[in-house]
Ligand binder design. Structure first.
Ligand code: UDP
Length: 149
């Protein structure tokens, strides 16, 4: 099963949207396999966003991600990466589809509430970056046969 890394960013935590974001992913049918509430270090932020190092918004992005706690999570499912991206909506809340998290709760690209890996390769890379193997839980969910054919 595909895994993806999801993070409720500092604005999502500060605004009390942790439960809402987790609930939407659960209801979609994704399975939670790891979670931790944490303050992100400069080093971890830099490693996570290494591909964006030369972007003009990079310094502000690092400040934002390290400014307050986040909820880091690993979710699993068939096409989990794509399903999470769809549930989150486009990067810019102004372009996100109605009904998506970033549309329904967001206004600005620099405060877009949550992160989801953008490819299966990055999903695997980011889950391994944020979680030790023993922090991930492999479990049978009783409803799996009612969610996946
Ligand atoms: N970002 C920003 N300004 C921009 C583009 C991106 O602040 O003009 C931030 C935003 O928080 C976004 C993150 O940088 O979620 C990573 O950007 P990416 O293009 O990888 O989007 P994502 O994969 O998060 O949708």
């Amino acid at each position: 099963m595909e895994q993806t890394f999801v993070m409720v960013k500092p604005d999502g935590v500060q605004r009390g949207l942790v439960g809402e974001i987790v609930a939407r992913l659960e209801r979609r049918g994704l399975k939670l396999v790891g979670a931790k509430f944490m303050q992100v270090s400069q080093e971890l932020a830099a490693e996570h966003y290494a591909e964006l190092k030369d972007k003009p918004f990079y310094p502000g992005l690092i400040d934002y991600i390290t400014s307050a706690p986040v909820l880091a999570m690993a979710w699993e499912g068939k096409n989990a990466v794509g399903a999470v991206r769809q549930t989150l909506g486009a990067t810019k809340p102004s372009e996100a589809a109605p009904g998506s998290i970033r549309h329904d709760y967001g206004m600005d690209v620099g405060r877009n509430l949550a992160h989801g890996s953008d490819s299966p390769e990055n999903g695997a890379r980011e889950v391994a970056l944020w979680f030790q193997p023993e922090e991930l839980v492999s479990w049978e969910r009783a409803t799996d046969a009612w969610i996946f054919e």
